[in-house]
Design a binder for this molecule. Structure first.
Ligand code: HEM
Length: 222
């Protein structure tokens, strides 16, 4: 197997898999935003008409998740075991709140994801609103109704907002850290990477939150 054993190799794996996941996170909210135009059911049906894209994407995502979690855990354990002699790149990383808690925000996102998949992909958490067994007027799985009915419950929306905050913090550190792994850590590029990473993370947080918040406030009705 060509799996990396050096610290740099493992960090490169973290950067690649993290960036793949971040790209998914962007496209996922872009697609989900069709909900604001009452077009979510049509969007999901259109997506499933591309099985190669869907299943190829799922395979890539699955591998990215597995390797990201694996190498993240290994690096954290190695870091703990190491003598207090940090390798060159960590000098550039500020010991921010997000950076210090990266492993914990990652754990929250992973637990959230299991719940999220059970809820919206496998649709087992609340069969009364399961889209696959409740078609809309056009006979399509009523994903819009499932999402809207779920988020109308303030507790569920609350869980999402807290999890999205954890995801935002994870990205806040992760985006800039991944670009530093690619060597973009000199005096000129570092501030740009940091600012861009911060803006993207905060934007994604508010963009994602807009769906549950709009539903709780009654601005989006299913
Ligand atoms: C407002 C927040 C969110 C909404 C409304 C939402 C909506 C959905 C829906 C409706 C599905 C099922 C689509 C289908 O039937 O194929 C889904 C699947 C999924 N979501 Fe989300 N999602 C949200 C947040 C997130 C976040 C933050 C992540 C990642 C951390 C995420 C990761 C996934 C994944 C990996 C799938 C499975 C995709 C697949 O089946 O191929 N979602 N989401």
């Amino acid at each position: 197997m060509l799996l990396p054993t050096s610290t740099v190799g493992k960090k490169i794996m973290m950067a690649i898999t993290g960036q793949v996941l971040a790209i998914f996170i962007f496209f996922h909210i872009a697609g989900n935003s069709t909900i604001f135009f009452h077009a979510l059911n049509g969007y999901v049906v259109a997506l499933y008409k591309l099985p190669l894209f869907v299943w190829g994407g799922r395979l890539v995502l699955f591998l990215a998740f597995v390797f990201h979690i694996w190498y993240g855990t290994v690096l954290k354990l190695e870091n703990h075991a190491a003598k207090p002699e940090p390798y060159a790149k960590t000098r550039y990383l500020q010991a921010t709140f997000a950076g210090r808690n990266q492993i914990w925000t990652g754990v929250i996102v992973a637990v959230f994801l299991i719940y999220h998949l059970l809820q919206f992909t496998f649709q087992v958490t609340n069969p009364a609103v399961a889209a696959d067994t409740h078609p809309d007027a056009l006979g399509r799985p009523d994903i819009f109704m499932m999402v809207a009915q779920s988020f109308r419950q303030i507790g569920i929306s609350g869980v999402y907002v807290v999890s999205l905050a954890a995801l935002g913090l994870h990205l806040l550190h992760g985006i800039q850290s991944s670009f530093q792994t690619w060597g973009m850590n000199n005096e000129r590029t570092l501030p740009v990477i940091e600012k861009t990473g911060n803006v993207v993370s905060v934007l994604l947080f508010f963009w994602y939150c807009a769906i549950p918040v709009a539903i709780v406030l009654g601005l989006l009705k299913g």
